[in-house]
Design a protein. Structure first.
Lengths: 245, 57
């Protein structure tokens, strides 16, 4: 019996990945719209009013997915940057660059929505507590990565410098996650743990569907940006002239 | 929204403005790329003003 093996290394080449990314983008775009519509419907029309926080708790449906995306995308960005650096895989470095803007936007959204939720919940827009400060540091790490890469003309040197920063900054992610356990914090603890969740099922459903929407959006946008980065960096490659743009 | 409209709609408003802004930035990047890869050919000006200007020269 013959076993068919998929050669994943093949897709590490921009020439092979470029057309596949182009085919995936419309699928993820449709899923993004679908999940946002369903998630917002469940969040605003099905999930009940919270007995303690009233309607203001509905910010959780976008705040938590945005905060998670900020952290997930940072880990992904650092891993891709590390792979690009260690194996001299330029597609990995390009992927890290493509992820950075979207990660920064989600981190900014988590800070703004957290601030807007903090005012009715705690009476203040901002406090320098561990969770919020470490998330702000995450935002600065993204800005640092983007600024460092754009300040170096040679793309491969920019990739290496960015990779060092991204990998060093990775230490901040567990600090954000465990900050509410390690320090006394105004921020509430984890809503969902491996063993339990402290929400009504419809509330949890809305949050998870919107998390899915944020994932689909991120994949669609990152793949689109990655294709543009490939076109910018490899504009002299003969395969690009033949590729369907 | 039980008196919390500013906070709730403000949160969703900021989110969608930023996400839409990112999509618009990508569309602009695509246009710039297309212009760089396939620069427009400048046609020679055949207007009467240009013709009379050429005659003067």
């Amino acid at each position: 019996m013959s076993k068919r093996k998929m050669n994943w290394y093949k897709y590490a080449a921009p020439a092979n990945f470029y057309p596949i990314a182009g085919k995936m983008i419309p699928v993820f775009t449709v899923l993004t719209v679908l999940l946002f519509v369903v998630g917002l419907y469940v969040g605003f029309f099905i999930a009940p009013t919270d007995f303690q926080q009233g309607e203001s708790y509905r910010i959780i449906f976008i705040h938590v997915p945005a905060a998670w995306m900020g952290m997930f995308l940072y880990v992904l960005m650092a891993l891709y940057a590390g792979v690009g650096w260690a194996f001299n895989a330029r597609l990995g470095s390009m992927m890290a660059t493509a992820i950075s803007t979207t990660g920064a936007i989600f981190t900014f959204i988590s800070l703004v929505t957290g601030s807007l939720w903090g005012r009715p919940a705690w009476g203040v827009y901002w406090v320098w507590d561990a969770r919020m400060t470490s998330t702000l540091i995450l935002m600065f790490l993204y800005i640092g990565f983007i600024s460092l890469q754009s300040s170096i003309d040679d793309p491969r040197r920019a990739d290496r410098a960015g990779a060092v920063l991204a990998l060093v900054g990775l230490i901040n992610v567990p600090i954000i996650y465990f900050s509410v356990q390690w320090w006394n914090s105004l921020h509430q603890g984890s809503t969902i743990t491996a063993k339990s969740f402290k929400m009504a099922p419809s509330m949890l459903a809305a949050m998870l569907i919107l998390l899915g929407a944020c994932w689909m959006y991120s994949i669609a946008v990152v793949l689109t940006r990655l294709r543009y980065i490939i076109r910018e960096r490899e504009h002299e490659a003969p395969w690009l002239a033949e590729a369907v743009v | 929204m039980g008196g919390y409209a500013f906070y709730v709609w403000g949160s969703y408003g900021v989110t969608f403005v930023l996400l839409a802004g990112e999509v618009l930035m990508l569309m602009k990047r695509k246009r710039n790329l297309a212009a760089r890869e396939d620069p427009p050919e400048y046609e020679t000006d055949s207007s009467p003003v240009a013709a009379s200007f050429q005659e003067l020269q």
